[in-house]
Design a protein around this ligand. Sequence first.
Ligand SMILES: *Cc1c(COP(=O)(O)O)cnc(C)c1O
Length: 405
Amino acid sequence: MSKADTLIRSAERRIAEVFQGIAETAYVNQGRVLECFRQERVSTAHFAPTTGYGYNDRGRETLEAIYATIFGCEDALVRSQIISGTHAIAGTMMALLEPGDLLVSAMGGPYDTLKRVIEGKNGLISKGIQYREARLSPNGGFDVDGLIQLAQEKPKMVLLQRSRGYSIQRISLTMAEIGTIIQVIKSVSPSTIILVDNCYGEFVQLHEPGHAGADLVAGSLIKNPGGGLAAGGGYVAGRAELVECVADHFVAPGLGKEIGPSLVDLRLVYQGLFISPHVVAEALKGAVLTAAVFEELGNDVYPVWDDPRGDIVQAVGLADQTELERFARIVQMYSPVDSMAKPEFAALPGYDDPVIMAAGTFVQGSSIELSCDAPARPPYMAFFQGGITYAHVRYVVEQLIRELT
Ligand SMILES: *Cc1c(COP(=O)(O)O)cnc(C)c1O
């Protein structure tokens, strides 16, 4: 057996129990999703595209009802016209915040692209919205006292990010922690709207932020809930009156949820959601294996293999920018699409530092498919996520060991 093979097999023995836990979560979530499909009596008629205004698009309306239930919410918008997670979250904030309102980010700064939405040109601050960040606790979690202090200022909205993002300073949040944060804020300021950035968190645990009392939940269909099949889109789920307001902003007041053509077949959006609990489990197993193997090799890994996980992101520490580039290139080289491409560090709209991205994916930029992003800044972390099949992630990990050690 090769060194890579030995390392992987011994890691797999060590992490078997974690894999079992991941499978148990997938069983429950698969049942939840299936029951929603049954409840809504999904049929092939729902997959048919609509054109023009898209009035009475039963496929869209049913899909939105299913999303609402899955995320523990009253209503939802699920649209291919929402381009990405950033679009969903930015639009939600712009729909609900008015000049003079206070927006609070609950755990330090938000995801890179959202920093621009808040602080950049044409951003929320430029429109007169006040903005504050609650500090992180020393271990990278949330800081209760800081949150209480800011809640006393009665923010209009608190933005809470489930995933760690491109950060090793902060951890991903478990659903229990999300529940605690929501309770703390609501106990001081009941009318504050809690918006959860759910990117990378869907189906990682047994519940979703709506079940824990979040007012709004938003994310991207080219991440977890698209199951690697949806060609694009975003969602916003939440309290009905808030979703209505968001829909009026995205479309036009008075039209809101009523229009929005599917244009193309919705089958893959439905099917992607249906297989998402399984695909997320595959990605999580890949992340846990990656953590175990690279820890064994002496690299820094966040989280470690047996840490609780709130998202599918695995950070792996590398020596320097050159090794980071090699890592990303190997991931790209062993991708099913564009395997011959050589990723390089480059400036990317919305990001502060140059970023390298390996995404040899069927859907452009899809990061529920195996992908790797890394900003060019110390401590040179590769953020590795996704994988439609565990076998693919395992194969890539094998190549990484072979070529990097
Ligand atoms: C991916 C992501 C977003 C949104 O990014 P898009 O690329 O616009 O979909 C926002 N927050 C987090 C934590 C993310 O991982």
